[in-house]
Write a protein that binds this ligand. Structure first.
Ligand SMILES: [Fe+2]
Ligand SMILES: [Fe+2]
Length: 240
């Protein structure tokens, strides 16, 4: 860890506390050992399968954690502070591989066409599709800009804008899917089709990421949070 990042980090911490967002001291990055024995997210205690919307909403939880990572990097950028930019590259890679190339493909291949065929929520689906495309453009920009070894101010301003645009778009995007699209999807398909799709979602995930792929992604996100000092959930509880 760079010393300059540590100093900058403690300065940032004081500032963030006053803003209501606490950044803690850098925690140690944990290993992957505790993952052994983790259940796959697609099985609950009875061995029952997770339904398609539940699956997608768990993935939205992962996306939300990356949005918080982006928020944290934005704060560092906005006050011209060094931070480990490779963590931002890693976070954008999780967005590309797990959210864009997997989660959004599931929505595009299994959910959106059913709404279009049934002529339901078609305007919403169109907007969601456009936002998936826009998200990919932003992720390309974030990855390229975060990888610049010696960024100048204009690079950082562009990165700040790309991160801001990404978060502004994705929070309402996923909230609309959770509250409107997914509940409507349950009513759109038969019980049998709903259950079969749960199986298919699970198989697709295992093909791409192996069994326990989601848990590995969650662990990767947790490691980035630890490096950035935002892992401890207690940091976000208001002081009484
Ligand atoms: Fe989506
Ligand atoms: Fe989604």
């Amino acid at each position: 860890m760079k010393t300059e990042f540590k100093h900058a980090h403690s300065d940032a911490r004081r500032r963030f506390i006053s803003q209501g967002l606490t950044i803690a001291a850098i925690g140690s990055v944990g290993g992957l050992g505790f993952l052994s024995g983790c259940k796959d997210k697609d099985d609950d205690d009875d061995g029952q399968k997770v339904s398609p919307p539940e699956d997608l909403m768990q993935e939205h939880g992962l996306l939300n954690r990356v949005l918080l990572i982006y928020d944290t990097c934005k704060i560092h950028l906005s006050i011209n502070e060094n931070f480990p930019r490779e963590m931002l590259v890693n976070a954008a890679d999780i967005i590309r591989t797990f959210v864009e190339d997997y989660h959004e493909k599931q929505e595009e291949n299994y959910l959106f066409p059913r709404f279009q065929k049934a002529n339901q929520l078609t305007d919403l689906v169109q907007t969601l599709l456009q936002q998936h495309k826009a998200g990919r453009v932003l992720t390309d920009q974030i990855t390229q800009l975060a990888k610049i070894a010696s960024p100048v101010d204009t690079d950082n301003q562009k990165l700040l804008k790309a991160l801001t645009d990404f978060n502004i778009m994705y929070r309402p995007h996923e909230a609309r899917e959770d509250t409107i699209l997914f509940p409507a999807f349950r009513k759109l398909v038969s019980r049998h089709e709903y259950d079969a799709l749960g199986e298919e979602f699970e198989n697709n995930e295992h093909k791409l990421f192996g069994k326990g792929g989601f848990e590995t992604m969650v662990d990767n996100v947790a490691n980035i949070e630890k490096t950035l000092g935002i892992y401890d959930l207690n940091l976000f509880t208001p002081k009484q």
